[in-house]
Structures are given as C-alpha cells and as structure tokens.
Design a protein around this ligand. Structure first.
Ligand code: ATP
Ligand code: MG
Length: 363
C-alpha cells in the first residue's frame, strides 16, 4: 500500500562489479514523491553505485528497483524522466554551454523559442547567464559544476539525482546553490536523491538522511533524529561531534542501562542496541549535552570527575577538552552566556548529564 505510492523503491538490492565482492549488500529504501533524501557516507560505501543503478547506467546484481511502482529494468535510462548531476560533471565537450543545456530539451522535442527561454532561466539560476557561448573546457571547475546542475534541472524532471553537485564551489556560492536547490525542490515538488560528504549540507537540506557504510544503510531518519538518536556507534561517530566512553553493562532495568566504565565509574544510560548484562558497550554523549553547573543537573544525576585539559574560546561558544574516564579527548561545548564560567586547564570539575542524553551502543 505504502509501497505502491512510493516514487523510488530499492528492494533487497545487491551489487557486485566483479562477481565476488558485494559493494551494495542489502539496500532497502522507499521514498515518497516529493521527498529530499540525502545519502551520506564514507568514500567507497556505495553511494554513486546506488545512483547509477537508479539512473539505469548500472544494473542491480540482485533485488529490485522500482520507479513509481514499475520495475525499472524494462525502462531505458532516457525514458525514466530522471535528471542527473554526475560526480564528474560529464558535460558534452564539443557543445557550448547553451547547447549542453538545450540538449535534454531537444531530446524531449520542445520548440526553439521554449528551449531558449528555459535555457536562459536555468543559466540565470546558477548565475551563469553570460556564459552560454563558451565551451566546457573554457570554464573553471565550479562553473562546469553549475552548468551540470542547470542541465539536470532544465527539463524540470520529476526525479533528480545529484552526486556531490556543489563539491567544487566556494562557501558563499555553495550556500547560495543549496538555497536554490532547496527552493526549487519546494516550488516544483520534485523528488531529490542527493549525495554529499558535507554533514551540515545533509542535515540542513534533507527531509531524511541515509547513512551508508559498508554497502548498507546504517540508519535512515530525519536530521534531528539522526543526530539526537543514533542507532549504532557508526552513526553516532559519523554524524556530528560525539564523546565515547567504553565499559560493560552492569544492570538493565526499567529502560535504563547502568554501565560500569573501564575506570570503575558507574553511569546511567539509555540502552540502544545492547541487550545483556556483561556485554561490552560504547557509550555516546553529545558535547552540548554535558553539564558542569550543579544547579542545572537533577539531584539524582550521576556525575563524573573530569580534569580540564584545554579551553578554547570560539566566540559564540566555549569548547573545552577534558580527561574523563581515561578518555583525554572528551569535548564539551557551552554557550557563551554572561554567567558561564570559563574553565581553566588543570582544574578538576564534576560533569553530568540527563540519562536520556547518554546512549549505550555497540562496542
Ligand atoms: N565500475 C566499477 N567497477 C568496479 N568497481 C567499482 C566500479 N565503480 C565503483 N566500484 C567500487 O565499488 C565501491 C563503491 O563505489 P562507489 O563509487 O559507489 O562509492 P561512493 O560511496 O560513491 O564513494 P565516494 O564518496 O568516494 O564517491 C568502491 O569500492 C569502488 O571501488
Ligand atoms: Mg561517489
């Protein structure tokens, strides 16, 4: 039922290029129409491979990919109505910029006047209005990237796949283009599958983010859930800054896992993917959720002793490095509020947190 409404579906998809190793091991994903989904993950984790299978330039070794409920294998790439920005721009070198952009419109048999108007509008969108007459070789990397983006969007496809579309742009242009893409997504109601290495970009642009590792989706969730409720150690480490402490589960009851850290201290945590007493665990806590003002902690909160190693003034926040339970790279972040004390290297403090902010994950 939900699946027939889905725009894009990967159903137990596997991919091997050499017939031996699976680079995509078990991919299951269902995207509703209009969603902005980002694939985020380390280099080589299979993101481009997934886009290529969806676009039709690679075939799945096992499993099914469906587009609007239809098995995709029977539809050739140019009939899938997909706009694509490749990781390596792939502009036609012998055509001018304007001809590159007009090409997908010619394929779709649009008239000359309409083509010209759409090409101009697309060029304006990427701030390249003056460059219609140049060839790709006469453009910088970032300019080529913008043309590739314009070409993928010029025919207003229902589904757009973008593989690192802003990687070659400077910060200001990158932010401008993020805004343009997001705006276009909302205005046209297009469905977007986006690949980026940039976490901030993934978190700010997406409805949902799929974190890839080792040919599998480790977690698929909206940005806030991914950041605040990572389901395993990989996701906790990969998204945002994170502190970890290693230990053993001492007790499991009433939705609380009591953990004996390796230096002997006891803390309360939320059990996430641990299930037995005696199991090894890696406990995860975000830097901004650590508190050292006693008044801001509940009276029954467990606290730990911490030694201040380094204080870094960052303007809006203070970033302090501590030694906690044997970990000398434990970071806390505090807002630069008028009453916030600046910690000094060498001093010993007590830190604590709410148990629900501290998650017991796989070791
Ligand atoms: N055409 C190919 N033939 C053989 N192996 C390939 C081919 N394309 C990709 N691979 C391998 O498949 C794995 C996944 O590659 P893929 O390009 O999907 O990764 P990615 O997540 O897009 O990485 P990156 O972030 O570096 O772009 C890698 O180990 C890669 O070497
Ligand atoms: Mg890639």
């Amino acid at each position: 039922m939900a699946s027939s409404a889905a725009m894009v579906e990967f159903d137990r998809v596997q991919k091997s290029y050499d017939g031996e190793t699976l680079v995509v091991k078990d991919l299951n994903l269902s995207m509703p129409k209009g969603e902005f989904l980002t694939m985020l993950g380390p280099s080589g984790s299979g993101k481009t491979t997934c886009l290529m299978m969806l676009a039709g330039f690679e075939t799945a070794t096992n499993g099914q990919i469906r587009l609007g409920g239809r098995e995709i294998n029977n539809i050739p790439p140019h009939k899938r109505g997909i706009g694509m920005v490749f990781q390596n721009y792939a502009l036609f070198p012998h055509m001018t910029v304007a001809e590159n952009l007009a090409f997908p419109l010619e394929v779709r048999k649009l008239g000359k006047a309409e083509r010209e108007q759409k090409v101009l509008r697309a060029l304006d969108m990427v701030q390249m209005g003056e460059f219609g007459g140049r060839r790709p070789a006469q453009l910088s990397g970032g300019q080529q990237q913008r043309i590739a983006l314009a070409r993928a969007l010029v025919f207003e496809p229902e589904l757009v796949l973008m593989d690192e579309p802003l990687g070659a742009l400077d910060k200001q242009l990158r932010e401008h283009m993020q805004f343009e893409i997001k705006h276009l997504h909302e205005r046209l109601g297009i469905t977007v599958v986006y690949v980026t290495h940039d976490q901030t970009e993934a978190l700010t642009m997406s409805d949902r983010v799929a974190v890839f590792n080792d040919g599998r989706i480790q977690q698929l969730a909206p940005p806030d859930q991914l950041y605040e409720a990572p389901e395993n150690s990989f996701v906790a480490q990969f998204i945002g800054e994170n502190n970890t402490m290693e230990g053993t589960i001492a007790e499991l009851s009433n939705g609380i896992a009591t953990v004996r850290l390796d230096d002997g201290e006891i803390i309360d945590t939320i059990p996430v993917n641990v299930s037995e007493v005696g199991e090894r665990t890696r406990v995860s806590i975000r830097p901004e959720r650590v508190e050292y003002n006693r008044e801001r902690l509940s009276s029954d909160a467990h606290t730990l002793k911490a030694e201040v190693l380094e204080f870094i003034y960052m303007g809006d926040i203070f970033r302090t490095r501590l030694k906690v339970a044997g970990n000398d790279n434990f970071i806390i972040k505090t807002r630069n509020a008028p009453d916030q004390r600046r910690l000094k290297p060498g001093e010993t403090i007590e830190i604590g947190w709410l148990p629900q902010d501290c998650r017991a994950l796989d070791a």
